[in-house]
Design a protein around this ligand. Structure first.
Ligand SMILES: [Zn+2]
Length: 444
């Protein structure tokens, strides 16, 4: 009955099932409680299987429709996985991964897919099978799919680490040459990145192909060994290596001054101590008001020479000062302002760093080079918005906002994140960053 109801009511039917689940009481019997947990896990697996099938079917159907219209013949499914991401509330990158995984599972791993549908395999397990067989030839991928079910060691009742080992074991037996492919992949995937982990530290990490990585580690170890032979050296090996890394990268001495400009975005009241609202360093995250005051107070002879570039002032609306430009490209202060305003790629759920500042309504559609008609995007999302029938338009909002309408005719709102200096009322009636009534903030 439920199946017929869902089939005939579509999305409304699925939402109705979800709301029915929310109305469930937790059973008094312990056995039943745990039974419910297991049954819900089976439901989650079945839902993943359905989402996967829906995603692939949507991309196929969109591609077929575009081919009929002679649109985007090279990549007719362009943007479909990004639409799936918006619907699933995940990042565009996650959407692409989900689409690729779904397609591979549906086409090449029929038993794993059936296991997911039957609630015998979780989505996490299915992903291990998918990623472990991704580099194999089709026949071997299908063979692993069969082996997982025919072997007697109940592969799906093992932990995920063990399951990954079993898949890797068969993959290595079936195609020893994938080892070379993985080496080539390591070259392609080399990267380095960093992010602020707290108010005082930045984590820098990345991956290198084995040979390059070992060379870097050897240089750092050599620096530590050399320094520790010097009399009076008090730094630990780790500290010496960190200093060497910095000095080799920047050509500067750790003890020397850092010619640096850091942008702090904050309410002016933070400077006077009237507000303790955290302060934003665009691209890195928030630091405490106290730390920001110390950074600003640092004189020109201090270790860090800081220019405070932007003070955020419009506390009621959270809007930065608008600027206009006649140029076709976003440049100079306008670009800086948009980067501060957006912080991350403006596609909802995307965690990408801003690479392109571009028009919301394209220049060819008479879009102007203004703050209002701008959005900061990662490379991939800035491409996606050029897909056929993908439409974006600025829309009024308390902060900078624009609508995204996708080819399936769903509309999402992209709203700029809140910035420091915007008065946010807490449930207690206090305003964020203000001292609690009757004195200084706790601990300060
Ligand atoms: Zn993005």
């Amino acid at each position: 009955m439920v199946a017929e109801y869902v089939a005939s009511n579509g999305a409304a039917g699925i939402r109705c099932v979800a709301s029915g689940l929310n109305r469930m009481d937790i059973p008094s019997d312990h056995f039943d409680t745990v039974e419910n947990i297991a049954a819900m896990e089976a439901a989650k697996s079945a839902i993943f299987a359905q989402q996967a099938d829906h995603a692939v079917a949507y991309e196929d159907s969109l591609s077929a429709a575009r081919k009929k219209r002679n649109l985007r013949e090279k990549n007719p499914g362009w943007g479909a996985s990004k639409e799936v991401a918006l619907a699933m509330r995940i990042s565009p990158k996650g959407g692409t991964h989900f689409m690729n995984s779904s397609r591979m599972m549906g086409a090449d791993l029929p038993l794993t897919r059936q296991g997911l549908r039957d609630g015998k395999v979780t989505w996490a397990q299915a992903q291990i099978v998918i990623s472990g067989t991704r580099n194999l030839e089709l026949a071997n991928r299908q063979l692993v799919d069969r082996l997982l079910w025919e072997e007697t060691h109940n592969c799906f009742e093992q932990g995920t680490a063990k399951l990954a080992d079993i898949v890797a074991y068969w993959a290595k037996i079936l195609e020893p040459k994938t080892e070379e492919d993985l080496e080539a992949k390591a070259w392609k995937n080399r990267c380095i990145g960093g992010y602020q982990i707290n108010a005082h530290e930045v984590m820098i990490s990345g991956t290198l192909p084995l040979s390059l990585g070992i060379a870097v580690l050897q240089v750092l170890a050599g620096e530590a060994e050399k320094a520790q032979r010097e009399p009076g050296e008090e730094r630990s090996a780790g500290q010496i290596q960190a200093d060497a890394f910095y000095e080799l990268m920047t050509g500067l001495k750790v003890a020397g001054g850092v010619p640096l400009e850091i942008l702090l975005v904050m309410d002016a009241a933070v400077l006077t101590g009237e507000s303790n609202e955290p302060v934003l360093i665009p691209g890195y995250g928030f630091i405490s008001a106290n730390r920001a005051r110390k950074m600003v107070a640092a004189g020109p002879d201090d270790e860090l020479a800081i220019w405070v570039r932007g003070l955020f002032v419009e506390s009621r609306t959270g809007q930065l000062v608008a600027m206009e430009s006649r140029a076709r490209r976003f440049g100079g202060n306008l670009k800086k302002l948009i980067k501060v305003r957006d912080q991350y790629c403006r596609t909802p759920y995307c965690n990408g760093k801003i690479r392109d500042i571009d028009h919301v309504v394209q220049v060819r559609k008479n879009g102007k080079t203004t703050e209002d008609n701008s959005s900061g995007r990662c490379f991939s999302c800035n491409q996606t918005k050029e897909a056929p029938d993908w439409d974006e338009h600025p829309t009024p909002g308390d902060r900078h906002s624009f609508n995204i309408t996708t080819p399936s005719n769903h509309t999402y709102i992209s709203k700029a994140p809140p910035l420091p200096g915007m008065k946010t009322m807490l449930p207690s009636g206090r305003t964020l960053g203000e001292h609690p009534p009757g004195g200084a903030p706790p601990g300060g």
